[in-house]
Design a binder for this molecule. Structure first.
Ligand SMILES: C[S@@+](CC[C@H](N)C(=O)[O-])C[C@H]1O[C@@H](n2cnc3c(N)ncnc32)[C@H](O)[C@@H]1O
Length: 368
């Protein structure tokens, strides 16, 4: 279940303030520096009956839905969309967005992710939409104000409360409406003859991550054998690995838990005329057959801003179950991370096949 924390509480309290100009310290100058920290957030009038859009804040969506509000919610990560007793916003083309005058957001650390969300809100919601976006002060940067100011005429910060703040944005800039979306964004990866597309929250954007580069150097020449051509790019991000494998004749599925990743994987494959199936799932935990010949993976070692290897261990264990006996898992990761014992235990014989100053690439063969 999703539990409210101090950021969620402040977002909810500030959202109840009808006029953000009355909410206290409104000066942009003081957005993150000298603002006084108080114990209490202001409260105010009720939210209107119009639908509220809640982004990246599942506990806030659950809380408002529990109060009987009409709530649409959406998050990048699958787990943030699970078990929320409110309606999921499946598409930014949903006509109900035109009625949305209040959007509540937990600020993503990634400014590109914030830029895409701000653009979508300014473009698709009611012209008088108000955005209330919060985070812990230690995770906020001045760049967040600048990103919001590119899409909204008014941007101001709240007082700090329990080491959290919100940014209020209003006055969606008319330029946003009727113009072409600026996401996904495209770049050429000339040395591999690829066009790469990324959404704001896609890992590494449309650039080639250094770990991925090392892995790509090892797998770009792998060719499928007759009857042994099923491959998965596990945690596919922008889909570079998936697209290269598909171009080499593999039947590829790109798997990722992030909306920004699966959309980018599909877009990158399409831009390169490659056929890649995409699935938004938690690792390969739902993969029913042990039928994969090849899995490639550059696993995450962060969850949000905290270092955490548990998703990587889950990916390794799930790949082990989805590989056929003799199938191979190729992984790249920071050389100091303790993944080799897990690869040997869960998958089978594993060796280091490449390394540079930061990363190692391992090949593990599934034991029967
Ligand atoms: C380090 S990035 C690698 C992305 C891409 N393969 C590349 O090399 O550029 C790790 C990817 O794993 C995804 N991911 C994290 N946890 C996951 C999970 N439990 N299931 C599936 N994908 C996950 C992230 O969304 C991210 O796209």
């Amino acid at each position: 279940m999703h539990k409210l924390d101090a950021v969620d509480d402040l977002i909810l309290d500030e959202a109840l303030t009808v006029d953000p100009a009355e909410s206290g310290d409104a000066s942009e100058e003081d957005a993150f520096g000298s603002g006084e920290d108080t114990d209490e957030a202001g409260s105010g009038e009720d939210l209107a009956d119009a639908p509220v859009l809640v982004l990246e804040a599942p506990a806030v969506a659950a809380e408002l839905a529990g109060q009987g509000r009409t709530v649409l919610h959406r998050s990048d990560q699958l787990e943030d969309e699970a078990d929320v007793p409110a309606e999921l916003l499946e598409s930014w083309d949903d006509p109900r967005l035109a009625e949305v005058r209040l959007v509540l957001l937990r600020l993503p650390a990634n400014l590109n992710a914030l830029d895409e969300l701000a653009e979508l809100v300014a473009t698709h919601c009611h012209p008088e939409v108000r955005l209330v976006a919060g985070a812990r002060v230690k995770h906020m940067t001045r760049g967040m104000n600048d990103v919001l100011a590119a899409h909204f005429g008014e941007v101001r910060a709240s007082l700090g409360v329990r080491k959290c703040r919100v940014l209020h944005a209003a006055g969606a800039l008319p330029d946003a409406r009727g113009t072409q979306p600026t996401w996904p964004r495209e770049a050429a990866l000339e040395e591999f003859g690829l066009t790469v597309l990324s959404h704001g929250a896609t890992f590494a954007g449309n650039k080639l991550d250094l770990g991925t580069r090392l892995l790509l150097g090892q797998v770009a020449d792998l060719r499928p054998a007759p009857g042994a051509d099923r491959a998965v790019d596990l945690g596919s991000g922008s889909g570079i690995l998936a697209t290269v494998l598909a171009r080499n004749g593999w039947q590829v599925t790109g798997v990722d838990s992030s909306r920004a990743a699966v959309a980018a994987t599909a877009a990158t494959a399409a831009a390169n005329r490659a056929t890649v199936e995409v699935l938004r799932t938690d690792a390969l935990t739902d993969w029913s057959a042990a039928d994969l010949d090849l899995v490639v993976c550059n696993p995450p070692f962060h969850v949000g801003s905290a270092k955490d290897s548990s998703p990587a261990f889950r990916m390794i264990a799930s790949a082990a179950h989805a590989l056929r006996p003799g199938g191979e898992l190729w992984c790249v990761y920071n050389a100091h991370l303790p993944y080799l014992p897990a690869l040997r235990r869960d998958v089978g014989p594993s060796e280091v096949v490449a390394r540079d100053r930061s990363y190692i690439v391992t090949r593990s063969t599934r034991e029967s």
